[in-house]
Design a protein around this ligand. Structure first.
Ligand SMILES: [Fe+2]
Ligand SMILES: [Fe+2]
Length: 385
C-alpha cells in the first residue's frame, strides 16, 4: 500500500510485499545523490526496488556503476519515460514506463513464486500428484500402468476400493481387487479420487486455520450439487460439481495462507467500499484469487473443468463445462449476496432452468437454495456439538 515516508529530495513509497519505490526529485542525478544513497540503505530491508525517474530528471554518466551495483544487491526496476534521461544503457535492470506496471510485474512474480513454493507438498502419498494426474491425462494410459504406479500407495488404494464399493457405483458384485476397482470407477473416477485427496490434504495440512473459507467451500459444494441434482441424476457429473465447488476458491485459500496480512486488507477494502472480492484483491495484490487459483492448479495438472471453474466462477458461465460451472457460480453468488451481503454477479436469471415450477421460477429456486443452506448450517452445527 502506498505510504509516504519522506518528501524531500526524494520520495519513498512502500507498496507492500517488501516492494519499495524511490522517486527521484532532483533534476540532475549524480552518483552522490541522496536518492541513490537511500536506495542502497533500503536494500537491507526490502527485496525489490523500483527507482522512478520522473520526466524532468536525468541521470549523469557517473551513476551507471552505482546503479549496476544496486542491481546486484536488489531486484531493481527502473521507471522512466524516455531513453534521453540516461546517457548510458539501462539493460542491467528491467525498464518500465509507469510505476504501476513495474509494481504489478513484481507483485505477480512474487505471489506466484511464493504460492507455488509453499504448496510443493500437496499430496498425502509418496507419488507426486502431478505425475499421477498427468499420467491420467494421457489417453494411452492403461489400468495396469496406474496399478503399477500406485502399488505402494495404501491410502490411495484404500480410497479407490472404498469408492468403487460404495453405493455410488451400484454393482452386483463388489470389487475384489484394485484392477476391478479401477475398472469400476474409470480413469475419470480415479482423477476425482486424486483431486479429492489433494484437497483434503491441503485443507488439513495448510488451510486448517482458515475455517471461514473452508466452510464456504463446503457450502458452495453442497448447494451446487443439490441444485444440479434437481435437473440431473448423472452421478459422475454431480461428483465433478462437488469437487469444483470444493476447489473453486483455492486461490483465495492460497492467498490468505501466504499473505495473511494483505488478505485482511482485501476484506477491509471489500467491506468499506462494497466492491467485489476480485476487485479488492486486484487493488492489493495486482491479481485476483481466480487467476492465482487457476495457475496453481494448472501447475498441479488438475483436470480442465476444474481450471475453468476456478478461473470463471465470478463471471457468467460461457459454454465450456457450463453444466459443471453454472451450479458453482450460482451457489457462490447466492452465498456471497444473500448470506454474506457482499456484491457478486446477478445470478437470478441463471436460476430458471433449475426450477421445478413454471411460474415464479427464480423465487422458487432461491427459496430452495435458502432451505438447503439452512440444512447445511444445521448439519455443520451438529458436527460442532
Ligand atoms: Fe471466489
Ligand atoms: Fe467462493
Amino acid at each position: 500500500m502506498e505510504k509516504y515516508l519522506h518528501e524531500h529530495p526524494y520520495i519513498v513509497r512502500d507498496w507492500g510485499l517488501k516492494i519499495i519505490e524511490v522517486i527521484c526529485i532532483d533534476d540532475q542525478i549524480d552518483a552522490t545523490n541522496e536518492a541513490l544513497k537511500t536506495a542502497f540503505i533500503l536494500t537491507r530491508k526490502f527485496s525489490d526496488l523500483v527507482l522512478t525517474l520522473p520526466p524532468h530528471t536525468s541521470l549523469e554518466a557517473n551513476v551507471e556503476e552505482k546503479l549496476k551495483e544496486l542491481a546486484k544487491k536488489i531486484n531493481l526496476k527502473i521507471v522512466l519515460l524516455s531513453d534521453d534521461q540516461a546517457p548510458f544503457s539501462l539493460d542491467f535492470a528491467e525498464n518500465f514506463n509507469s510505476t504501476e506496471d513495474a509494481v504489478l510485474r513484481l507483485k505477480i512474480a512474487k505471489i506466484s513464486k511464493k504460492i507455488s513454493r509453499e504448496f510443493a507438498e500437496i499430496t498425502p502419498f509418496k507419488s507426486s500428484a502431478l505425475d499421477l494426474l498427468q499420467m491420467t491425462s494421457n489417453p494411452a494410459v492403461s489400468f495396469s500402468d496406474l496399478e503399477e504406479k500406485i502399488a505402494h500407495e495404501p491410502l490411495l488404494i484404500a480410497r479407490i476400493m472404498q469408492i468403487a464399493n460404495s453405493a455410488y457405483f451400484i454393482r452386483r458384485s463388489k470389487a475384489q481387487d484394485l484392477d476391478q476397482a479401477l475398472a469400476y470407477i474409470g480413469i475419470d473416477g480415479f482423477r476425482q479420487v486424486l483431486v479429492q485427496l489433494i484437497f483434503h490434504n491441503l485443507a488439513t495440512r495448510y488451510f486448517s486455520k482458515q475455517k471461514n473459507l473452508l466452510n464456504h467451500a463446503e457450502a458452495v459444494s453442497y448447494l451446487a450439487v443439490k441444485l444440479a441434482g434437481r435437473i440431473s441424476e448423472d452421478t459422475k457429473l454431480l461428483a465433478k460439481i462437488r469437487v469444483a465447488g470444493l476447489l473453486h476458491d483455492i486461490g483465495a485459500l492460497a492467498l490468505q495462507y501466504c499473505f495473511a496480512e494483505e488478505f485482511d486488507k482485501v476484506c477491509e477494502i471489500q467491506n468499506q467500499s462494497m466492491i467485489t472480492k476480485v476487485m479488492a484483491e486486484r487493488k492489493v495484490f495486482g491479481l485476483d484469487h481466480c487467476e492465482i487459483g487457476e495457475k496453481l492448479c494448472f501447475g498441479w495438472g488438475m483436470p480442465a473443468y476444474l481450471l475453468c471453474c476456478i478461473k470463471e466462477h465470478h463471471i457468467q458461465p460461457s459454454g465450456r463445462f457450463a453444466e459443471i460451472i453454472e451450479p458453482v457460480v450460482i451457489a457462490n453468488a447466492f452465498l456471497n449476496k444473500e448470506i454474506g451481503h457482499l456484491p457478486d454477479l446477478d445470478y437470478l436469471p441463471l436460476l430458471e432452468k433449475y426450477s421445478l415450477t413454471e411460474s415464479n421460477a427464480q423465487t422458487e429456486v432461491k427459496n430452495f437454495l435458502m432451505t438447503k443452506w439452512l440444512e447445511f448450517k444445521e448439519a455443520a452445527l451438529d458436527q460442532i456439538d
